[in-house]
Design a protein around this ligand. Sequence first.
Ligand code: URA
Length: 274
Amino acid sequence: MPNLRELLHFYAEAGVDTPLEDAPVNRFAQADVKRPAAAPPAAARAPMPQPQPRQETTLPPSALSKASVPDDAKIGLARQLASSAVTLDELRSQLASFEGCNLKFTAKNLVFADGNPQASIMFIGEAPGREEDLEGVPFIGRSGQLLDRMFAAIGLDRTSVYIANTIPWRPPGNRTPTPLETEICRPFFERQIELANPKLLVALGGPAAKALTNASEGILRLRGNWKSHITTSGIEIPVMPTLHPAYLLRNPAQKRFAWRDFVSVKLRLRALTE
Ligand code: URA
């Protein structure tokens, strides 16, 4: 069946490579949805009803609190587990046992970190992609290879940097993590930064920059300007927001901006460590 093969190839190329269930589900048979009958011709239509005063459809407080508890509970549990970890190894184990983020159930591996946790500089990306998910190591696909070359350009490599992501599980089809997923994972990446205690942070791409600095501007405005990340214990760490290597692969002309940001990082790192 060449068409089916082509369709599957198209899905795989688009990053849709994660079946959620073993057997396909016929959603049409499942949903007992009655389609509204087609509208009658204009002449046969009844006169337009006059607008009625809007009825407030407030949920009873009990329903509201039930709706908000599960997410709050997940964030609360994440905070509790993250703060109880006193080493990065413990944090990794706590994260591995945490079931509050749905991304865990579609990912193949937890992608915790790579590089040197003693390094003075920590790079934070958004979320693992396909290759990272398969190997359980951040930034090893095409964008990771570009990142390695960017490190080399300022005299760094994976023995002198620590690398992690705000989200440690691959979102299906590489979609952007939702704000809720980021908030559920926040206690873990904040604790990871606190325990690694780098002198400088580099946020790779808009979502990481926003998650670390609470900035609301887009990455093209943010990049190149030093910001701060305040740890949960109140320590201020300088953050350089820069362009994500995956974006640079798609927009090579923008590499000159990332180069400027990396030079700024190199100078600040030198001033802090020499
Ligand atoms: N993109 C990211 O943001 N993180 C990775 O680990 C890989 C690709």
